[in-house]
Ligand binder design. Structure first.
Ligand code: SF4
Length: 71
């Protein structure tokens, strides 16, 4: 899944508070799982995708995390 094709990707706000956001209901949970699985810390607001559209999806996208967990 790519953010640009995803129903949960929405542009919100303006200026510094604006940008593309992931509105997936499990984005927070998924980000936390990613942090545990990879022992990494995400230094930004979890739903924030970017000020510009990205080519793929968030590293902790729920679609990716679900796939990794089922491996
Ligand atoms: S991170 Fe995943 S769920 Fe969120 S908008 Fe992007 S593709 Fe959709």
């Amino acid at each position: 899944m790519k953010c640009k094709d995803c129903q949960f990707c929405k542009y919100e706000g303006a200026g510094i508070a604006g940008g593309y956001k992931c509105k997936h209901p499990n984005i927070e949970e998924s980000a936390k799982k990613y942090e545990q699985l990879k022992r990494k810390v995400i230094n930004k607001d979890y739903p924030h995708i970017g000020y510009q559209m990205i080519k793929t999806s968030l590293r902790y996208c729920p679609y990716r995390i679900d796939r990794e967990e089922s491996l």
